[in-house]
Ligand binder design. Structure first.
Ligand code: HEC
Length: 125
């Protein structure tokens, strides 16, 4: 007899998990907007440099250097990364002028990748 009850019990348990799973997903989305963002294997040359070239060079290459900030060349980028300016600006933290200037902020996943690179030591990799 017990053998008949068990499958039904586990069946409804499974359904319950399925249903609550869909609700939980929404909540998780709010808490972690970068869910699904792959920050593994982030390198300077492969990920960070192209982001800067696409979004920042127009104002911060060696020739323009608006605001006195140069983001062309690894040493210059490492300087801004390790002194906190880079994240401060792209996250628009208090005391920083939000970057890119007068444009929508970079996508959260893009920021997360730069942050990962910095947290891993801002290596010239
Ligand atoms: C349209 C031109 C423009 C673009 C594009 C731009 N910047 Fe800037 N950036 C400026 C100017 C102008 C300043 C000086 C702002 C100030 O002093 O208030 C500045 C300042 C900064 C600073 C110093 C911020 C501070 O408050 O100390 C950093 C760091 C920076 N930019 C990084 C970036 C990064 C990273 C990008 C690309 C994601 C970027 N910028 C894109 C024009 C630009």
């Amino acid at each position: 007899m017990a053998g008949l009850i068990k499958p039904a019990f586990f069946g409804s348990l499974f359904l319950l998990i399925l249903l609550s799973g869909s609700c939980y997903y929404d909540v998780e989305e709010d808490l972690y907007p970068d869910t699904g963002c792959d920050t593994t294997g982030v390198t300077y040359s492969g990920v960070v440099l192209p982001i800067l070239q696409d979004n920042c060079y127009v104002c911060h290459n060696a020739a323009s250097q608006l605001g006195g900030i140069v983001l062309e060349g690894y040493e210059q980028v490492r300087l801004q990364a390790t002194n906190g300016n880079l994240i401060g600006a792209i996250r628009g933290q208090a005391g920083f002028t939000p970057m890119p200037l007068n444009q929508p902020p970079l996508a959260e996943c893009v920021i997360a990748k730069i942050e990962t690179w910095i947290n891993n030591g801002a290596l010239n990799n």
